[in-house]
Design a protein around this ligand. Structure first.
Ligand SMILES: [Cu+2]
Length: 151
């Protein structure tokens, strides 16, 4: 090799800069993980606000019955979503957009969903409904809801 040491050093320095610039642009650190705990009858998150980008919701059912997990984009308060007559959230009702969901998470089970979320306000809920004779219980109405924001 007939490369002068100084030229080689410059080439290495330039490559390092390019690599740093590339990593900064692709910003792999913009993936946030939010731990979600579901139980009767609440939805708890370990962080209520995350930066713009991909979000992985790691959803654990700490309860004793099946639950599910819905991500809804809306400016409405968590307890003010449009509902059906049984008290469950009316999917894609006025001023709401259902973004994604995980169905049927058994007691003790965890499931993940990764979503690319825009800067906006969201509400996270369980929309399970149980019918026992004439008694209907909608988990959303019973309190399984919380606000979430991508900022
Ligand atoms: Cu539930």
């Amino acid at each position: 090799m007939n490369v002068r040491p100084r030229t080689l050093a410059l080439a290495v320095a330039l490559c390092s800069c390019a690599l740093v610039a590339f990593l900064a642009c692709s910003d792999p650190s913009s993936i946030s993980t939010v731990n979600v705990t579901l139980r009767e009858f609440s939805v708890r998150v370990d962080q209520a606000t995350v930066p713009d980008g991909k979000v992985t919701f790691h959803v654990s059912n700490a309860g004793t019955v099946n639950h599910e997990f819905l991500v809804i984009r809306t400016d409405l308060a968590a307890d003010a979503l449009p509902t059906d007559t049984d008290g469950a959230y009316a999917e894609n009702g006025a001023r709401t957009t259902l973004i994604d969901e995980i169905e049927d998470i058994a007691p003790g089970q965890s499931k993940d969903v990764t979503i690319d979320l825009d800067k906006a306000k969201y509400v996270l809920i369980c929309n399970m409904v149980h019918r026992d004779g004439a008694t209907v219980s909608a988990h959303y109405a019973l309190g399984m809801r919380t606000s979430f924001e991508v900022d």
